[in-house]
Design a binder for this molecule. Structure first.
Ligand code: FNR
Length: 391
């Protein structure tokens, strides 16, 4: 019966041609509280909307009759070859969208030749993911109040050979998502009758979660003294985001993490400069997908000036709002070397597990390849401001 339930999502995938199609399948498959947790943003969602709408301000310059037969989306990300300038962004609770979701997403990323980032707030732990995939992946770190735990997390990331550390710096105070509160999407989730009925109507989701082996924050549970139930875990988690964080903490992380360090959550030129001074190998221009400071500008509208301030010495990554290859092309034209995608791949995961994530990466890569062709560009490294109209 499980196999039959799985066939449904895979059959529906045949008609998928856009990330929006994956979103619609995710919406249908998944309990409302989990879908909204992914889809929505903070407060009035001004920044969430701007993240999408502002891409349209940047128009492409069409270039015809250039031989683009040999074009390719292949590139390098932090010196490593990648099939496309794409990275799967860290996303908390991925394993609640699809059973063992982090393992499925990481496998899809590795098959498709792009990096995967595991969130601190993942359901599958660092060790779980490492045991089920072939190649190294990236780890995203939140600096919790308990610095001993942070150090232990870094040591675990080193032990499983994570190839980069993504330090997220835009969540020392948490932006409220009204919809999560209305849906009872708290840690632990509120078990309201409405939610239970909603869950009962989602057989594909139930089947995937029942097949999955993990149910709670894998990196946290079992590694903390006195935290042995979901209730004590939630109390611990809620008390751990640290408003005292400062650049000194970034220096400390730099001193104990020997590998590549990426600072994620930069939205302003001065902060980009500071991040580089701390010795970051890359920075991610991001507003956390419109989930944190509402009223902040869209990430795409800040990219060019941050790129100018950074000046080419530090690798620039971008996220927040990418739903197509056209969006990736614009971000690359404005100065990014690669893009993280968050919701785009989670929609794929919720639509059909590993196959859905691979589909999301494939859709965006192919759209990028076509856009490159119509703008007369053969290589990712040749994408620059020349592909956009003067504004
Ligand atoms: C996130 N994001 C995030 N970032 C991070 O550093 N650690 C995390 O645990 C999470 N968790 C998380 C959950 C969900 C459901 C979403 C949608 C996002 C932010 C994420 O890494 C990325 O910055 C955004 O998703 C980018 O915007 P798009 O691509 O979703 O528009």
């Amino acid at each position: 019966q499980d196999a039959r339930r799985e066939q449904g999502p895979l059959r529906a995938m045949k008609r998928v041609t856009t990330i929006d199609d994956l979103r619609e399948l995710h919406r249908r498959n998944t309990p409302r509280a989990f879908f909204d947790y992914v889809d929505r943003g903070s407060y009035a969602e001004e920044t969430l909307r701007a993240n999408r709408a502002d891409f349209e301000h940047y128009k492409f310059r069409q270039k015809i009759l250039v031989d683009v037969d040999a074009r390719s989306t292949a590139t390098t990300i932090l010196g490593e070859p990648a099939a496309a300038p794409l990275i799967l962004a860290p996303v908390g609770l991925t394993g609640m969208q699809w059973g063992d979701g982090e393992i499925h997403a990481c496998r899809a990323a590795q098959k498709m030749g792009v990096p995967f980032t595991l969130s601190t707030m993942s359901i599958c732990s660092l060790e779980d993911v490492a045991a089920h995939v072939d190649k190294p992946f990236w780890f995203q770190l939140y600096v919790m109040r308990d610095r001993g735990f942070v150090k232990a997390l870094i040591e675990r990331a080193i032990a499983v050979k994570c190839s980069a550390l993504v330090l997220t710096v835009d969540l020392q105070v948490i932006g409220q998502r009204h919809q999560d509160i209305k849906n009872g999407m708290t840690v632990p989730p509120e078990l309201r009758l409405k939610n239970l009925i909603d869950i009962a109507l989602r057989p594909a989701w139930i089947a995937s979660v029942m097949r999955g082996k993990r149910r709670t924050f894998g990196n946290l549970m079992g590694h903390l003294k006195g935290v042995d139930s979901v209730k004590s875990l939630s109390q611990w988690t809620n008390s751990q985001f640290d408003p005292t964080l400062s650049w000194k903490d970034v220096d400390w992380i730099r001193s104990i993490w020997p590998g590549k360090l990426i600072i994620k959550g930069i939205l302003e030129e001065g902060d980009a400069g500071m991040a580089i001074k701390t010795g970051a190998d890359a920075i991610v221009v991001s507003n956390h997908g419109g989930r944190q400071l509402d009223g902040a500008p869209s990430a795409i509208s800040m990219l060019a000036r941050i790129a100018q301030a950074v000046g080419g010495d530090t690798e620039l990554m971008f996220d927040s709002g990418i739903r197509s290859g056209q969006d990736v092309m614009r971000a690359l034209a404005l100065g990014a070397k690669s893009c993280m995608i968050g919701r785009a791949y989670i929609y794929g995961l919720g639509a059909a597990g590993e196959a859905g994530v691979a589909k999301a990466i494939d859709i965006i890569s192919k759209e990028l390849l076509t856009t490159m062709g119509l703008c007369g560009v053969n290589r990712v490294s040749d994408i620059g401001p020349q592909v956009l109209m003067d504004m």
